[in-house]
Design a protein around this ligand. Structure first.
Ligand code: HEC
Length: 187
């Protein structure tokens, strides 16, 4: 009898795991979709605003529009969205929790080992939530506000020190990981 039970369990186990994986794959796809909605929208508005009023004039886009857009996507999808960084600019919003911090540190290691930063992501069930992070690599456009000091205009420096006295988010070069989009949903 015992042997039969063990045999039955051995037969069923692979199906149960496959089902669980299928559920996780669907969640991963959903999380990835939610996380990749924000950056291109933000980038478009940023580019437009920089053209119109220079990088210092575009700072409100990152400060006010990014959380507003994230809020709208959250309402539409049920996923919470935020941006986090190991070197945050906005201390009130962008400090990673332990799970996000571990993922960001892993991304930095993998990027240093040669993995393309734009492909770095991590998704998994954590407690009663599904969590997902996707790396945000530095592009040339980002440098006017996140680059080394000699690439920041005096007006940008002034605006940053006014709004973010403890800013840690400068000194980046293209291809480094600025931070991540982090999304989560209760299961
Ligand atoms: C016009 C200036 C400007 C440009 C250009 C810019 N940023 Fe930012 N970025 C900011 C500001 C200001 C904040 C702080 C936003 C806030 O208060 O939440 C910020 C915050 C962030 C954050 C949230 C984490 C943190 O440190 O607060 C990430 C991630 C980020 N930027 C990535 C990027 C990337 C990637 C690019 C290029 C594609 C970019 N930024 C281009 C000004 C800029």
């Amino acid at each position: 009898m015992k042997t039969l039970l063990i045999a039955a369990a051995a037969l069923i186990a692979p199906f149960v795991t496959t089902l669980a994986n299928a559920g996780d794959d669907a969640l991963l796809g959903e999380a990835r979709k939610v996380a990749t909605t924000l950056p291109p929208k933000l980038l478009a508005v940023l580019q437009e605003e920089i053209k119109k009023s220079g990088p210092e004039g575009a700072i409100p886009v990152c400060r006010d529009m990014a959380p507003k857009m994230a809020g709208e996507i959250s309402q539409q999808t049920g996923w919470k969205i935020k941006r986090v960084s190991l070197k945050p600019r906005n201390e009130a919003r962008a400090i990673p929790d332990a799970w996000e911090q571990a993922a960001l540190e892993d991304f930095d290691k993998r990027a240093a080992a040669g993995e393309p930063p734009a492909q770095l992501e991590k998704g998994e069930k954590v407690g009663n939530e599904y969590r997902y992070v996707k790396a945000l690599p530095v592009q040339p456009l980002c440098l006017s506000c996140h680059g080394p000091a000699d690439q920041l205009s005096p007006a940008v420096k002034a605006a940053l020190s006014q709004h973010y006295p403890n800013d840690r988010a400068t000194g980046y070069s293209v291809g480094q990981i600025r931070g991540a989009i982090s999304v989560r949903k209760p299961l």
